[in-house]
Design a protein around this ligand. Structure first.
Ligand code: GRF
Length: 228
């Protein structure tokens, strides 16, 4: 059984999607810990007390001190995969290096567009026609790691941040579960700067279709999109 640790700062709906997929038999994994920089985070309440770890990051003298405690706690639960699911604090280089190649993040934009915060507001302000979410490997540079898969939604006339973020969140959940399914089945790997799926290098992010299936991206004139 593959072991998943989840880092979350807020409400934890992505964590809940993982929990639900495991309960439904759609994801062959177990959650071995939920970690938060916010002791009041609702995400923590979604798992049993013995799986919760939190500390108030503001009570630490430095980012490095907090990250060191967090990293030790995460390592103690021996995760195969560490998933940032609404974890709103930047992870320092030491943490990232310790869990690199098994550290994933879900980000609410079509990276490389809109790294950082306020992604929905920026997409609306720019008049984007499409927006979405990305799951990527984490590297020290913010939201800049290799993108594994994306889900795309339209931006509709009259959208505000609430309506657009709700549409994106609805695809984040199946996107994250689909990527984790690849990860826990041993089909996904990162070697150096290259992602591979089933041993084949992935040059373009996978796309989630409306049935929740990931496809290798269709390139016009090239081979058709294939489910993975
Ligand atoms: C999601 O939009 C995620 O992409 C972003 O923060 C939000 C967290 O939502 N990083 P939740 O806590 O999983 O409900």
């Amino acid at each position: 059984m593959q072991r998943i640790a989840v880092l979350a700062s807020g409400r934890g709906s992505n964590l809940q999607a993982i929990i639900d997929a495991i309960s439904a038999g759609d994801l062959a994994a177990g959650i071995v810990g939920v970690f938060s920089d916010k002791p009041a985070a609702a995400a923590l309440q979604r798992v049993a007390p013995e799986l919760r770890w939190s500390a108030d990051a503001r009570a630490y003298p430095s980012r490095e001190d907090f990250d060191a405690d967090l990293a030790d706690a995460v390592a103690a639960c021996r995760p195969d995969w560490v998933v940032c699911a609404g974890y709103l604090r930047i992870l320092g280089d030491a943490f990232v290096e310790r869990f690199r190649d098994r550290l994933l993040n879900i980000h609410p934009s079509l990276l490389p567009k809109y790294p950082g915060l306020r992604t929905h507001a920026r997409a609306i302000a720019d008049g984007e026609r499409e927006h979405g979410a990305s799951v990527h490997f984490v590297i020290p540079e913010l939201d800049a790691g290799n993108v594994i898969a994306q889900a795309v939604v339209p931006v509709l006339a009259g959208d505000d941040v609430d309506s657009l973020s709700a549409r994106v969140l609805a695809v984040e959940h199946p996107l994250l579960v689909a990527v984790l399914r690849l990860a826990v089945s041993g089909r996904l790997a990162e070697q150096g700067t290259t992602i591979s799926v089933d041993g084949h290098p992935l040059f373009t992010a996978l796309r989630l279709d409306s049935a929740g299936v990931l496809h290798a991206h269709h390139v016009p004139g090239a081979s058709p999109s294939v489910p993975v």
